[in-house]
Design a protein around this ligand. Structure first.
Ligand SMILES: [Zn+2]
Ligand SMILES: [Zn+2]
Length: 169
């Protein structure tokens, strides 16, 4: 049964990474880390974005975990593998499927892939860093719920910052 712990650690790390990526996307990338993430929310025709540095940071963490697993404590190797698998899922779903950064065009028409695609498209439906929905990359909330959230934000005071005050006539 020596494979049970490694398998649990790998799966657990993938699940944890989706939670952590969602949390950091909402609170760091759309907060004090917007300086890097902004490049991902603006139209451009460059091959790379400053936002890709986040992927580089995560890759660096995975490499350090692999090294630490070799040198000190084997379970870290399985955690490193989970982080790497998550990075692969992020690359396929977010960079590939949603943003078409691969050399072929495939738009999913049904099922889970369609939902992930639409949910992240809705993440990009708001201009700027505030009022965005759907911060996860693998888990996608129901699309109608996201549309409702977007409408609520548009009808709220927060979305009117910077606009002309309404005139009385
Ligand atoms: Zn974002
Ligand atoms: Zn995106």
């Amino acid at each position: 049964m020596s494979y049970v712990l490694p398998v649990l650690l790998v799966i657990g790390s993938v699940v944890f990474m989706e939670w952590f990526a969602t949390w950091s996307h909402r609170h760091i990338m759309h907060g004090w880390g917007w300086g890097w993430h902004k490049s991902h929310h603006e139209p451009h025709d460059h091959a790379l974005e400053k936002n890709d540095l986040y992927a580089v940071v995560f890759a660096g963490v995975a490499i350090l975990l692999f090294l630490a697993g070799e040198a000190w404590w084997r379970p870290l190797t399985w955690i490193a593998l989970g982080v790497t698998i998550y990075g692969f899922l992020y690359f396929v779903l977010h960079d590939g499927l949603v943003h078409q950064r691969w050399p072929f065009k495939y738009i999913p028409r049904k099922g889970y892939l369609k939902r992930v695609y639409q949910a992240h498209r809705l993440h990009h439906a708001v201009k700027g860093k505030d009022g965005c929905v759907s911060f996860g990359f693998v888990y996608a909330p129901p699309v109608d719920k996201l549309v409702r959230e977007l409408q609520e934000y548009r009808n709220s005071d927060a979305s009117r910052h910077g606009e002309e005050p309404p005139t009385t006539h």
